[in-house]
Write a protein that binds this ligand. Structure first.
Ligand code: AMP
Length: 221
């Protein structure tokens, strides 16, 4: 069983890289941000509680984030392990997490802030299935439409200059100390997130001593 945490600033490719790793290793991929977004889109009670906070780019309360993680990890079948993305985001969440779970590694995707802005402002999200696109290097085949489900592509409510400034500040202030906690336990592998997604995935595999990544051939899409 393998248990990983993936960390990195917004737009560093956490979701893309976790999805690739999870699919190949049969891991459960838990994205706390996706779970909150699903709740906002489906107008649940939780969605109503977090919508404004998320749109402003701020972190929701620790209790809500911890509750989500606990529910997913206790309720889910994760025989082969999990990869958790978007949690922990501050020291309290890190302590909560380490009290309950031992982990095999923390994947830290490193990206300079200037590149973060460029990527995040080009990001599009499918309103139907949640698939991520980026107009820089992974545009949909037809503009504005999801390749996978045909859903409409939209800009995330928190992918604005204003919200991004708040999220970057939060990341540096609150999430960097989490990395320090994990570094002290020698869990962290730092990966340069600037290359293309296949190269980054291969680098993650190499650093974690996992089998090599074999990307799908271009002909197979
Ligand atoms: P993400 O998709 O990871 O960028 O998360 C989107 C938004 O969800 C964040 O800006 C926060 O408002 C909220 N969120 C996600 N994970 C957490 C967390 N661990 N703690 C608090 N808020 C979170």
């Amino acid at each position: 069983m393998r248990k990983y945490v993936i960390m990195g600033v917004q737009g560093s490719g956490k979701s893309t890289q976790s999805t690739l790793l999870a699919a190949d290793l049969d891991l459960v991929h838990i994205s706390v941000g996706d779970i909150f977004r699903w709740n906002v889109q489906h107008h649940t009670k939780l969605g109503a509680q977090v919508r404004r906070t998320m749109a402003a780019g701020e972190l929701v309360s620790d209790e809500l984030a911890e509750g989500i993680v606990q529910d997913r990890l206790t309720g889910h079948d994760w025989n082969y392990g999990f990869i958790i993305d978007g949690f922990p985001r501050n020291e309290r969440q890190a302590e909560f997490f380490l009290e309950s779970y031992d982990i095999d590694g923390v994947i830290h995707l490193e990206l300079p802030d200037s590149e973060v802005r460029r990527r995040v402002l080009a990001r599009r999200l499918c309103l139907g299935c949640g698939m991520d696109y980026n107009l820089i290097d992974s545009s949909p085949r037809s503009a504005g439409m999801c390749d996978s489900c045909g859903g409409e592509l939209a800009v995330r409510e928190d992918d604005t200059e204003e919200a991004l400034t708040v999220r970057l500040r939060d990341y540096h202030e609150k999430t960097n100390p989490v990395l320090d906690i994990f570094r002290r336990k020698e869990y962290v592998v730092t990966i340069d997130a600037r290359p293309g997604k296949d190269e980054v995935q291969q680098s993650i595999r190499k650093h974690l001593s996992l089998p090599d990544y074999r990307p799908a051939s271009p002909a197979a899409g």
